[in-house]
Structures are given as structure tokens and as C-alpha cells.
Write a protein that binds this ligand. Structure first.
Ligand code: ADP
Ligand code: MG
Length: 447
């Protein structure tokens, strides 16, 4: 594999990890350069984009890299004038064969690095039990909880543990989105239709442990649900372990066929709740130690208090404090440093765009009222702005389609997808539409 291929594979992962708009920025501004001393060198086309990408997506980029090549340690961002220093010496990256065949687990997502408190002790115990006796105790294990609370961390922890204790095991980790995409590709592969589907089944039905992350994104299509159903049955009857994560309990996942819903509840359902302040501080202590940063507990308390529940956000804030201190050469991390970093953080939060901002822009631009926009009316004057609005929400936010459907009067998520795709296509062929979309994007970004 060369560095370009690595980057391409990373982009496939990153597409499901960061919002579409951020992803576009990343695509437009960042290029892979080389691998040096176990570091992936990325070049940003300007100082501004370098800071932006590093600040927003550093952890995600590193995670994506380590999912593909776990032996790499870090990512470094350079600007074009530094490129000569980092020119490609060794083009091919040697890859151990097993990595190509197996799921790779992020090294730092282990049980040891998972801080246990009241909010997650049950789920952590269940995950450990499953990694000790896969297929025996809790099958399936269904983990649910809000964004950034550690679901993916736990799945990788199970994977890492199994790699150690049962090296011969085939443990497959896949996001629901990737599972669906691979299935669609297999179905569409008309050149060798039988083979593609067979390979897909081989992969997902001949494993000892199957983990599907973020099942709430399951598509309504019969083919996906059918395939998942049979995969589940095959594995279950063979006493193979199935682990599923979701941001909500099975009964709240729209479009999930009842036969799947009931099966998900056959084993153990465990939820992760937002951690209390004490646990958040303990997590920060762990993360600070991981980054070799020396920060007093008082300061960690302030950071823990500034972010309500999402641990990923809290980690981001910590990273910001640490990098801010090194930027201004402050050896001691004090309140002054934290205040500056916090200011920066809140500014960034403000920059984030909400569905309301987008709806407001669209209603203003087309001079329609909000109620009709999100309502049921089907006349042409309102349908087009509505579809554009839906398209823009999918562009600017990572909101699940189901959720967008809820905003728009309980529309089905396939309707949302259809609207999105229609506008996307139309932008390519219809100049008028391209102008609408461009105007609106400008408008929204200025707010
Ligand atoms: P989810 O999949 O639920 O959205 P992740 O597993 O991606 O969340 O977790 C987000 C970040 O928070 C990760 O960096 C993870 O290591 C960290 N994290 C969450 N919970 C804990 C915990 N209990 N201890 C240590 N780190 C945690
Ligand atoms: Mg996750």
C-alpha cells in the first residue's frame, strides 16, 4: 500500500466520522505526503486550513489511520513549503498480511483505558463478560447510549481483548453504514453476481464475533434487513457472539423489522448513561496522562464542568488546553490558559450550524413560512424549497436521516434521502439550482 491508498482508505472511514461540510474541507485542503518515523505526514494547502483541520479533526484522522494501519503512531500536518523536508523516501508501506484480512482495532481503546463509574459500570461488565466467554453468556449484547459516551470504545476494547486471548478468532467490526454499503455493492456487482454476494456472506457469517456499530442507521430497504436477519440467525444458532451498538434502544429504532427488534432483545441490553462529574474528572485524568500532560485536578474540574455529557467533546477541549499551553510556551497549565482555550472552544461551538439556522435561511430566501416548509403541503412552490432545505441540512450537519424526517413532519427517512439525492443531482445539471444552493450556503455560513 502506498500513502495515497492509505489516505483513500482513511477517507472512506472518515466520511462516516465527520460532518459532510467538514469532510469537504478536508478533501479540498489536505493531501498525503509520506510516512516518516511511523508518522503519517499530511500537507494542508495553507496555514489556516492546517490549523482548522488539526483543531477539528485530529483525533478522528488519527483513529481512522490506526483502524487501517495500527502500527502508525501519529499524524503530522505540514504546509506546502515544508514539503521538501518530508518527501517520500520509501513509497511502499509494508503491511502484515493479517491486517488485510482482519478488522483492526484502535490500540488505545482498551478496557484498561475505559474509566468505569456508576453511569457505565454495568455495560462495561457486560462487555468484559462477553470478551471472556463469547457466544455463551449475553448473546446478542446490545449496547445503547448517546453520542460520545464510549460505545465504539467498548466495541474496540472487546476486539483488542479477543485478539490477545483468542488469536485464532475471527472478530469482525463494522459500522452499520459500511455493512449496508458493502451489501449494496455486492448486490450491484453484475459482473459476477453470485461471487460478490458469496464473499459478503463469507465475511459476515463465518466469523466468531460480529460487531455492528451504530445500528440506528439501518436502512429501511428489505434487502438490508433481510440480510441482517439471516446473518443474525446463522451466527446465533452457531453460538457465535453478536454485539450491536445504537444511540437508542431497539424499540425506538424506526424501520427496524419486528423480527430483528425482538431478536436484539434476546440477550442482554445495556445502556451507557452520561457520566457524573466525578467520572468525567477521572476520564480527564486518564486522558491527560495518556498525553503526558501535567494538569492539576482543579483545572481538570473546570474542563469537566464545561462540557455536559459528550466525552469526545470534553477530550477535544482538553487537547485544546494542552496545545494552547504549548503554543504560548506556558509550562504550567493555569486558569489563564484554560480560559483562552475555552473561549476558543465556545466560539467554535457557536460556529456550528443548527437545523434552525438552515431553516431560517431557506424560509427567508424563498419567502415561504416555516410551517409550510416543514409541513405536508405538496404544491411545487413549497416542495422545492423543502427539498433544498433537507439537502442543506445533510450537507452541514451529521444529523441522522431519521431525525431530519422528524423535523419535517415525521417524513420517512427514505423520503429525506430521496430529496437529498434529487437536489444533489440537480445541482450538477441545472444552473438555477446550483445558484440557489450556493447562495444559501453563503448565507448560512455568514450567520
Ligand atoms: P460513541 O461511540 O458512544 O459515540 P466513543 O466510543 O467514540 O463514543 O467515545 C468518544 C471518546 O470518549 C473516545 O475517545 C473514548 O475513548 C472516550 N470515552 C468515552 N467514555 C470513556 C470512558 N468511560 N473512559 C475513557 N474514555 C472514554
Ligand atoms: Mg461510535
Amino acid at each position: 500500500m502506498d500513502v495515497k491508498e492509505l489516505w483513500q482508505k482513511m477517507l472512506d472511514e472518515l466520511e462516516t466520522m465527520i460532518p459532510a461540510l467538514g469532510f469537504d474541507t478536508l478533501l479540498d485542503t489536505t493531501d498525503p505526503v509520506s510516512i516518516m518515523n511511523n508518522k503519517l505526514i499530511l500537507c494542508s494547502n495553507s496555514e489556516v486550513s492546517r490549523n482548522l483541520v488539526r483543531k477539528r479533526f485530529y483525533t478522528q484522522i488519527k483513529d481512522a489511520m490506526q483502524m487501517i494501519l495500527p502500527m502508525l503512531d501519529d499524524v503530522e500536518f505540514i504546509t506546502p513549503d515544508q514539503k521538501d523536508l518530508y518527501a517520500d523516501e520509501e513509497k511502499e508501506i509494508p503491511i502484515p498480511q493479517h491486517i488485510l484480512e482482519d478488522s483492526v482495532f484502535i490500540k488505545k481503546y482498551t478496557f484498561d483505558n475505559f474509566v468505569v463509574g456508576k453511569s457505565n459500570e454495568f455495560v462495561a461488565a457486560a462487555a468484559k463478560a462477553v470478551s471472556e466467554a463469547p457466544g455463551k453468556k449475553f448473546n446478542p449484547l446490545f449496547i445503547y447510549g448517546g453520542v460520545g459516551l464510549g460505545k465504539t470504545h467498548l466495541l474496540h476494547a472487546i476486539g483488542n481483548r479477543l485478539k490477545e486471548t483468542r488469536p485464532g478468532y475471527k472478530t469482525v467490526y463494522v459500522s452499520c453504514e459500511k455493512f449496508t454499503n458493502e451489501l449494496i455493492e455486492a448486490i450491484r456487482d453484475t459482473q459476477n453476481p453470485g461471487d460478490a454476494k458469496k464473499a459478503f456472506r463469507e465475511k459476515y457469517r463465518n466469523c466468531n464475533v460480529l460487531m455492528i456499530d451504530d445500528i440506528q442507521f439501518i436502512s429501511k430497504t428489505d434487502a438490508t434487513q433481510e440480510e441482517l436477519f439471516h446473518t443474525f440467525n446463522d451466527l446465533y444458532t452457531a453460538e457465535r457472539q453478536i454485539i450491536i451498538s445504537s444511540d437508542r434502544p431497539p424499540r425506538e429504532i424506526q424501520h427496524l423489522e419486528d423480527r430483528l427488534r425482538t431478536r436484539f432483545a434476546w440477550g442482554m441490553i445495556a445502556d451507557i448513561k452520561p457520566p457524573d462529574l466525578e467520572t468525567r474528572i477521572a476520564i480527564l485524568q486518564r486522558k491527560a496522562a495518556e498525553q503526558n500532560a501535567n494538569i492539576s485536578d482543579d483545572i481538570l474540574k473546570v474542563i469537566a464542568g464545561s462540557v455536559q455529557s459528550n466525552i469526545r467533546d470534553m477530550e477535544g477541549l482538553l487537547t485544546r488546553v494542552i496545545s494552547y499551553a504549548s503554543l504560548i510556551n506556558h509550562s504550567v497549565i493555569d486558569m489563564e490558559v484554560v480560559n483562552e482555550a475555552l473561549k476558543d472552544y465556545t466560539d467554535d461551538q457557536k460556529e456550528m450550524i443548527s437545523a434552525d439556522t438552515i431553516i431560517d435561511a431557506v424560509t427567508e430566501y424563498f419567502n415561504v413560512d416555516r410551517q409550510s416548509l416543514v409541513g405536508k403541503k405538496k404544491n411545487k412552490e413549497i416542495v422545492e424549497p423543502r427539498q433544498i432545505c433537507i439537502y442543506l441540512i445533510t450537507e452541514f450537519m451529521t444529523m441522522p436521516l431519521v431525525k431530519i424526517g422528524e423535523i419535517f413532519g415525521g417524513r420517512d427517512h427514505t423520503t429525506i434521502l430521496h430529496a437529498r439525492n434529487k437536489i444533489e443531482e440537480q445541482c450538477k445539471t441545472d444552473g438555477r439550482m446550483a445558484v440557489y444552493v450556493k447562495d444559501l450556503k453563503d448565507m448560512i455560513l455568514k450567520r
